[in-house]
Design a protein around this ligand. Structure first.
Ligand code: C2E
Ligand code: CA
Ligand code: CA
Length: 573
């Protein structure tokens, strides 16, 4: 016997014959309906609680129940399964009312041949709604979690720390911030590969959890860095916890075939002894952690002497200032290509610092330094000037390419930047369409009102804006809707390891696909960064991603080499 498509239907109907006719029609259409008939509010509630229904059919007028009431029972439960009126009496006006009240469709009993097409369409639409809901949940999840370890992410940590400081102040209770870095993580990654590194990171949380209270927070801050917030904990308690953690992480980790031992470095700072504000506390825990690392592992409690013994920082700050002023920095340019046309659609400008004695200093080191010391303003100025100059050089050479520049939180706090950009555009040093900015959500969240003004102003000048590192920040799509942005860049951590979902529900593939779909529903363009191989590029194209950037396409290159790359790659726009 051929079986039809299973369909669970709830029928709100006082006439058993009418219900039977409906079921007959469904069977005729190839469905295999499992159904229940109810004709009172109470029976309906029982049925709704009992199981999930694919679809509800309801008569409009019944002796002791109204169809509109049935509809209300469903919607008050926020169930969004299709609800279809099937009635002999419904007039056009009532039908319109019913649809307004939230019914998906209506069918006349006298015209039952309309039923099957209606059912088919409604099932399809319900599937689309479910899919959209799943996507929204996936992206909302990213706002609070690190998807790899399932731990709270850095934003959650900072929020909780800020809250905790306020509570501790009110209740006059101490608290401790522990910052922790794995000592040999890079070696593990290099020796056994990314996947083993990921396995290792996933085991950290569960091992720590056993030694902490329910109210303590463990968060992954990024890379191999974790942070722990101990509420209502004085110095002795925190030292004890630090020793337990060290011991817990001393035991070998089993990663597929390999067994590795890693050490950790912990830095600790207390409220109120070491700071009364969350960012001060965090920075001091970081400083203490740096001291621990120098010592090769263990834990260190912050002490004021640590401030003086940060000579590299001090020295670098002075040298960075001079490098910005005297041309010690350079911009490299990394191509972005369209996944539809395979052509280059623009380049991202990335700062490089080649230090005369220390060699290449990575931007992840000097950009935060510039941000903390206020040098970021002049660095951004310099980047803009350099980009304008480069644009002119490229124009001479017949190359027209939009260039995107990274901004920092500080840049979003003042109107100076949009004013300056307006001037550059007005004087024709750079046409508006050839300059683009990238900002992260956390930069916006530092002062959302202010950032909104600056970004709106930039947009009015005609400068497109992209949200950088999407998925690691607040990922608040609600917010994004209100922001004057045109593009999002999916953070490379979702892309680098590939997009295969190895049986895991919330793998990178699902996450990336969800981000792309939702961004498109908001009319945002999507760029994936960190594309390191062809199979990832193919999947991104299949997902409908608009553009890609990454080592597989091209490394960030000095301007001259990028020009050559453009010519050779035949991808000029
Ligand atoms: P970002 O804006 O997310 O830039 C992308 C980073 O990913 C760059 O690192 C780039 O070299 C790297 N990348 C590109 N493709 C791949 C890939 O396929 N695989 C991997 N593993 N990495 C890839 P970079 O150049 O080290 O820059 C680091 C960060 O420093 C940037 O991250 C950005 O936040 C910041 N930065 C760089 N230049 C500037 C600047 O001029 N101003 C500001 N405010 N920040 C900058
Ligand atoms: Ca960027
Ligand atoms: Ca990025």
């Amino acid at each position: 016997m051929a079986t039809g498509t299973p369909l669970r239907v709830l029928i709100v109907e006082d006439s058993a014959e009418d219900a039977e006719l409906l079921i007959e029609e469904l069977r005729r259409g190839g469905y295999d309906p499992v159904f229940e008939r109810v004709d009172s509010s109470a029976a309906m509630v029982v049925a709704l609680n009992k199981q999930t229904w694919d679809m509800i059919f309801s008569d409009y007028t019944m002796p002791n129940f109204m169809g509109t009431e049935a509809l209300a029972r469903v919607r008050e439960r926020e169930l969004d399964m299709p609800f279809i009126f099937v009635s002999g009496t419904i007039g056009e006006e009532t039908a319109v009312e019913a649809m307004k009240a939230g019914a998906q469709d209506y069918v006349m009993k006298a015209n039952l041949q309309r039923l099957l097409p209606v059912v088919e369409r409604q099932l399809h639409e319900a599937a689309v709604r479910r899919q959209r809901k799943r996507e929204e949940e996936t992206v909302a999840y990213l706002a609070y979690h690190d998807p790899l370890t399932d731990l709270p992410n850095r934003n959650v940590f900072f929020d909780r720390l800020q809250q905790a400081v306020l509570t501790s102040y009110r209740e006059k209770k101490p608290l401790a911030v522990l910052l922790m870095d794995l000592n040999r993580f890079k070696q593990v990654n290099d020796a056994f590969g990314h996947q083993c590194g990921d396995l290792l990171l996933r085991q950290i949380g569960p091992r720590l959890r056993r030694h902490l209270r329910e109210s303590d927070t463990i968060a992954r801050m990024g890379g191999d860095e974790f942070a722990i917030l101990l509420l209502n904990t004085p110095m002795e308690g925190a030292s004890l916890t630090a020793r337990k953690i060290l011991k817990a992480l001393e035991a070998p980790f089993v990663l597929k075939e390999a067994t590795v031992e890693i050490g950790v470095s912990i830095g600790i700072a207390f409220y109120p002894d070491h700071g009364e504000e969350s960012d001060v506390l965090f920075r001091r825990a970081d400083m203490a952690m740096y001291m621990t690392k120098q010592a090769g592992g263990g834990y260190t409690i912050y002490a004021p002497e640590h401030e003086e013994s940060a000579p590299r920082r001090l020295m670098l700050t002075g040298q960075l200032r001079r490098a910005i002023e005297y041309g010690g920095l350079a911009l490299h340019y990394q191509p972005q290509i369209s996944l539809k046309t395979n052509r280059v659609i623009g380049v991202e400008a990335l700062a490089r610092w080649s230090h005369p004695q220390l060699g290449q200093i990575p931007p992840d080191e000097f950009i935060p330094l510039a941000e903390q010391t206020g040098l970021i303003r002049s660095l951004t100025q310099w980047a803009l000037k350099t980009v304008c100059h480069q644009r002119e050089v490229w124009k001479e050479a017949g190359v027209t390419l939009p260039i995107s520049v990274n901004l920092s939180a500080t840049n979003l706090q003042e109107m100076q930047l949009p004013d300056q950009v307006a001037e550059l555009v007005r004087t024709g040093r750079v046409p508006a369409g050839l300059l683009e900015f990238e900002v992260t959500e956390s930069m916006i969240m530092v002062n959302p009102m202010r950032a909104m003004q600056v970004l709106t102003r930039l947009n009015t000048i005609g400068i497109p804006l992209a949200i950088d590192d999407f998925g690691t920040g607040y990922s608040s799509l609600g917010y994004l809707k209100k922001m004057p942005v045109q593009k999002i860049k999916i953070d490379k951590s979702f892309i680098i390891d590939g997009l295969e979902d190895k049986g895991k529900g919330n793998g990178n593939g699902v996450i990336v696909q969800s981000i792309i779909n939702l961004a498109h529903s908001l009319d945002l363009e999507v760029v994936a960064e960190g594309v390191e191989d062809q199979s990832t590029m193919d999947r991104l194209a299949a997902f409908g991603c608009d553009a890609a950037q990454g080592y597989h396409i091209g490394y960030p290159l000095p301007a001259g080499e990028l020009t050559a790359w453009l010519r050779e790659s035949h991808r000029e726009m």
